[in-house]
Design a protein around this ligand. Sequence first.
Ligand code: ADP
Ligand code: ASP
Ligand code: MG
Length: 458
Amino acid sequence: MHDSPPSAHSAISVPCSQCIPPSVQRFSIGYNRRMELIVTKFGGTALANPKRIKHVARRLVDYHSQGKQVLAVVSAMGKTTDELLGLAQQITPRPPARELDILLATGEMISMSLLAMAIETLGTRALSMTGHQAGIVTNTRHNKAQISHIKTERIKAALEEQNIVIVAGFQGTTRTGELTTLGRGGSDTSAVALAAALGARRCEIYTDVDGVYSADPRVVPRAQKLDTISYEEMLELAAAGSGVLQVRSVEFARNFAVELHCKNAFSNNPGTVIKEAGVERAIVSGIAYDDSEAKITVRGVPDALGIAATVFEAIAKANINIDMIVQNISENGHTDISFTSPAGELDRLRPVLDAQVKQLGAREYLVEESITKLSLVGAGMRTNPGVAAKMFKVLSQNGINIEMISTSAIRISVVIAAEKSQIAQRALHTAFDLDASEVFEEKLLSPEEQAAKAAKGR
Ligand code: ADP
Ligand code: ASP
Ligand code: MG
């Protein structure tokens, strides 16, 4: 692989997907193709066993036989990524990030090669590629790398030669050839980035439910499948924990005007289209939850100027993210500061807080791991006051205590006890008139697969 900067016809350059000017966006549309290109992505459940892989192969061959160029990005089969993480944990509780990336990247390589074999047996040419072979270049942040550009020559050549191209999602390489992965759910981002780089106007994300719902249908059975949702709302839902799409994939889609079609891999239902907002603005479009954070309260902190800055500077230096923050009013010159952080970072956070408590003369710090962050998202919140009041009232009517609150222009989030998460989501879903007439029915996942989904991200 060479390190030359991307050329306008072969690559996208993505310095920061949140701040890409329109001039750069045009950059990605540069591939003169005679045939329509379909970019698809298949999630782990869709590829969980040989039978399902053969089913996906059939779908791709059907597209190909309609005269289309076909690219499929794949996730690892079923729970493979979790199992690989489990193996690493059995060797050491803190595996080196570089080695973990090499281990995790093998998951997607299994599914890509099996899918290519399944396609070949149907009599159509297929070529699988690792992230490196597909030209996906990332920054150097192991385990959470970001795609910086894609060198698309090899993919284009393979497509021109009538191959169905299968690319391992979730992985890339740095400029110096180190293997990286893109964070959990990263295959979504691989797919959308490839769609953008190849100038495809849409990207089809095939998963194990019918599309994006007004809530996780496995938690709120009356969740309704949305026909469309704006990039902006989808971004907020994804950032608030709705695992159906990785946040960065939605950022790419918005910044490069790629329409996302989120569909069920095992039905022909129309799914959900994620695109630029129309005129209609629902007050609340959806509910998301995030079980992956912990709440930390530093108690008895001297209430002096610059204390909060000192605490959060130390945490930032350790490269640990902070989400919500609340500082209580002070009593007798002392105050409590609470914040949330990823529970997975607690091992690294504790020594930082031990040192801070000592240095600042604070009393102690407490950690609560069984919390959930619930978020209501809707573009109509901008112009409709009273959503927060209604949310808080519904929670109180259900005996649910709110521990923290944060808002954006189109989102209200609260932290509550984890055991109340399901009741709260269902009550809010009903109160905001989101309930569908039908109840979600599980048709695809075995009970074991459902349990694995429920545990994901914790
Ligand atoms: P894949 O392996 O296909 O990438 P994921 O598990 O990453 O699948 O994402 C799909 C899952 O996301 C669904 O099975 C569902 O339980 C969960 N989910 C959470 N929130 C939503 C939502 N708002 N709409 C649809 N699915 C959701
Ligand atoms: N296999 C990876 C994961 O489980 C990437 C993905 O599925 O998108 O997170
Ligand atoms: Mg996913």
